[in-house]
Design a protein around this ligand. Structure first.
Ligand SMILES: [Zn+2]
Length: 288
């Protein structure tokens, strides 16, 4: 069954792209194993997770949030499936009006382009691609990955940038945007920095209903309860902690659905709500 929610007249659907695996004790190394155990998770056991993107249909517009890992052979767990997942929702790439990455990491930009025999071309030829200027300057203008010490992640990221991100410069399809913007009525961008300095969340709000798509402001639902623990890949851990606390507060205030870019195992709910468990906030998946 499709994993989707209604927010007023808007609809948000999870669009699955790819799988991956991680080990909690390595990925979120600062979080003690007994904290993981409180969630029923063995921190040393490999966990399955996934790369998700989201389709917002609002005011007659199709807004794609994040663009997965793509099909350029640059994701070690296999190619992305975003176009097939869109097809299941009866949406073609040509019908996407906006592409909004939450940030410019390699698992969120892959489908900006698709491979062809003549090189990469934009996957969504009729879309406006809205890039957060701070991330664009940080990663693209500063040649971030090319100027770092060589590591598997940096060289993979650099290849992804050359294939999926930098080619967007010459397409006339991209706009650089500020920290807080309105995309359509009821769909706004909120600055939730820390994972990257330009990281944003997407707030969908209509009447008394709301949803927050938070990208990688948190990578696991457990960080909604334990916001002080940041993975090594967060550029500014204390800023990302502050953003997680703000996201939890906003979600509680608006009783909003919350979806992360990587929350949960394949087959589990993508959308959840923040409930209180023993007085502490906890992300609980919503079965639809
Ligand atoms: Zn990610």
């Amino acid at each position: 069954m499709a994993d989707r929610v209604k927010v007023g007249n808007a609809e948000i659907a999870m669009v699955w792209d790819a799988k991956f695996e991680y080990t909690p004790s390595q990925f979120l190394a600062s979080m003690p194993s007994e904290k993981w155990a409180a969630f029923g998770i063995n921190a040393d056991e490999v966990q399955e997770s996934r790369v998700m993107t989201f389709l917002i249909r609002s005011e007659g517009k199709n807004i794609l949030v994040d663009a997965g890992v793509g099909a350029h052979g640059l994701w070690r767990w296999g190619e992305g499936h975003l176009p097939d997942s869109l097809k299941e929702l009866d949406v073609t790439p040509e019908e996407i009006d906006f592409v909004v990455p939450t940030h410019l990491h390699l698992d969120h930009v892959g489908w900006f382009t698709r491979p062809t025999p003549n090189g990469p071309v934009p996957t969504f030829p009729n879309a406006k691609y809205l890039f957060q200027k701070e991330d664009w300057d940080f990663f693209v203008e500063n040649d971030y990955f090319a100027s770092r010490p060589d590591s598997p992640l940096n060289s993979m990221s650099q290849k992804m940038f050359e294939t999926a991100v930098i080619p967007m410069k010459d397409t006339g399809l991209m706009d650089l945007i500020g920290h807080e913007e309105t995309i359509t009525d009821g769909v706004t961008i909120l600055h939730t920095p820390g994972h990257t300095l330009g990281s944003v969340s997407i707030l969908v709000q209509q009447g008394s209903e709301a949803a927050l798509l938070i990208g990688d402001a948190a990578h696991t639902p457990q960080q909604m309860t334990e916001p002080e623990y940041s993975p090594g890949i967060d550029i500014d851990p204390s800023l990302s902690e502050r953003s997680r606390r703000a996201i939890v507060a906003t979600a509680q205030e608006k009783n909003a659905y919350v979806a992360g870019g990587h929350f949960g195992r394949p087959g589990h709910p993508a959308f959840g709500r923040i409930i209180l468990m023993d007085g502490r906030p906890m992300w609980q998946g919503v079965s639809l």
